[in-house]
Every structure is written in C-alpha cells, then in structure tokens.
Ligand binder design. Structure first.
Ligand SMILES: [Ca+2]
Ligand SMILES: [Ca+2]
Ligand SMILES: [Ca+2]
Ligand SMILES: [Ca+2]
Length: 217
C-alpha cells in the first residue's frame, strides 16, 4: 500500500515537471468587439521551443450542434520559444492595441468563442500538457477533447450565469484561478507579464467558489 502511494506521488511529480508550460491567463470575451488572448507561462528554469506545439479549442456547449468540434480557427499552431520563467502570448490585434502589448503570435478576431469551451495545450509529440474548461454553467456543457469527455485540469466559471470573460491564475503558475472582468477594470488582464492576485478576485473565490482548480466533469 505504501509502495503504491509512493509510486503515485512520484508519477504526479514527474507529470508536473514534464509539463513545465502552463496555461496562465486567457481572455476570450473582452472590451471592444472582442479582445482575445491566451498567455502561456514557463515554470521551468530553461527556455522551451514551442515549435510543433498547439492550442486547441473545443466547442463544449451540449446544446450546440457543433459540440466537440474545433472552434473558430483552432487548433492554433505555435512557433517560437518561451524563455525560462517567461511568457508567450497569442492575441488578436484588438487586444494588443487596447492593452498595449506585442504578442508573440497574432490570431484573427473571434478566435475564442463566447460560450463554454475547452482549451487543450498540446506539445510537439501530441501529448495533452494541460486542459482548461471555461464554462457558462449550463447543464450538460462538458469539457471535451474532440467530443470525448475529459476531466479538465482546471475549470473556471460560470461568472454568475455567464461565461467568464477570461481567467487568470492567482499568481503565475498558481493552482487557483480568478475571473477577469469583462470591463477590464480591476482585476485587469496582464498579457505578457506577471499575474497579480487582487482582493477582488480573492473575494470572488471566497464567496462562491466561482473559479476553482477543482476537476469537474
Ligand atoms: Ca452553455
Ligand atoms: Ca470571443
Ligand atoms: Ca461554446
Ligand atoms: Ca499575465
């Protein structure tokens, strides 16, 4: 028994160490027509080549006939590298203009949809490195990988009865998430720079557990 537990623990550590790159922040439905970006964060002490990596977005509304299909222009093929302890952003032009940053890669408008979706980060071997389920809370909506149900590594939402505009880890690489405000009054998005926990975000967590890192079907 003890041996089994020890092996499981080691396996867990190995998985975390292998991942290294984490989905750190996402804004899918923000000010303007739709400011959108995804931020990755390198938790390791070495630069990582993202060539061949991809970000998938899967339609996750059970009442949508496209449930389980790739959203918008997904998957998004990544290129370039991410520095040790650094960030990598993919964003639409509007988000870059509004938030005054230059993304590592640019995608088109409406690249992240505004109802339940599942984000999967995949490495150059096709391994699922991490998954994030953003949900509007409707019964039946579910995290999935091309239509096959998964238990997402993280689930965020709903925000009231809506899909959260976005989500950010409460500190880079933190296991817990806060919800980004649609208005981009605090808590503000920080594409390409450190995530800063805010009292507002922590209060959200304390009140309703609206954002969690818990696994959910
Ligand atoms: Ca829904
Ligand atoms: Ca959107
Ligand atoms: Ca959806
Ligand atoms: Ca950030």
């Amino acid at each position: 028994m003890k041996l089994t537990i020890a092996i499981a623990a080691l396996a867990g550590i190995a998985t975390a160490a292998n991942a290294g790159i984490t989905i750190n922040e996402i804004l899918g439905n923000g000010p303007g027509n739709d400011s959108e970006f995804i931020e990755l964060y390198n938790t390791t002490g070495a630069s990582v080549d993202l060539t061949g990596w991809s970000i998938e977005l899967w339609e996750s509304d059970i009442d949508n006939p496209n449930y389980g299909s790739a959203d918008a222009g997904a998957p998004y093929a990544l290129s370039g590298s991410i520095d040790a302890g650094g960030y990598f952003t993919i964003a639409n032009a509007q988000a870059q203009a509004l938030m005054a940053f230059t993304a590592n890669m640019t995608f088109g408008n409406n690249s992240i949809e505004n109802s339940s979706y599942t984000v999967i980060l995949r490495d150059n071997m096709g391994n699922a490195i991490e998954s994030l389920f953003m949900t509007d809370g409707d019964a039946g909506d579910a995290a999935n990988d091309a239509g096959t149900g998964i238990i997402a590594d993280s689930t965020v939402g709903p925000d009231g009865t809506f899909l959260p505009a976005g989500a950010y880890r409460l500190g880079d690489g933190n296991a817990s998430w806060g919800i980004l405000a649609f208005s981009q009054t605090p808590p503000n998005a920080t594409p390409g720079s450190a995530n800063v926990p805010t009292p507002g975000a922590l209060a959200l967590l304390g009140l309703g557990g609206l954002a969690t890192a818990r696994r959910r079907r």
